[in-house]
Design a binder for this molecule. Structure first.
Ligand code: SF4
Length: 95
């Protein structure tokens, strides 16, 4: 059995997108957002990788040079301790 999926017709959607200010929209609906806590800190240590996979979620490759410095790593550790963040999700390269 085959299924035909709907196709977006870009030519039918000719209306220009208008900018919507998120804060104004919240205020118009009487909504205030406040951060309650940090549950998870996700840390990407760099983008330098010996591969260049098309599906890479951090856009890593041998051409990328970004690598976390020791100073930044120490700041991350300090933040985890100071704010008592229960979960730290570290992305290592290569994955
Ligand atoms: S980090 Fe992983 S997914 Fe990204 S390019 Fe390297 S091996 Fe591929």
């Amino acid at each position: 059995m085959s299924t035909v999926l709907p196709v977006i017709q870009p030519a039918l959607n000719t209306q220009p997108r208008t900018h919507v200010d998120f804060d104004e929209k919240l205020a118009a609906h009487g909504i205030e957002l406040h951060a309650a806590a940090v549950d998870t800190l996700q840390v990407n240590v760099g983008k330098l990788c010996n591969q260049a996979c098309k599906h890479c979620h951090v856009d890593a490759s041998p051409k990328r040079t970004e690598v976390m410095t020791r100073e930044t790593a120490e700041a991350v550790i300090d933040a985890v301790r100071r704010f008592r963040i229960p979960t730290v999700d570290i992305t290592l390269i290569p994955c």
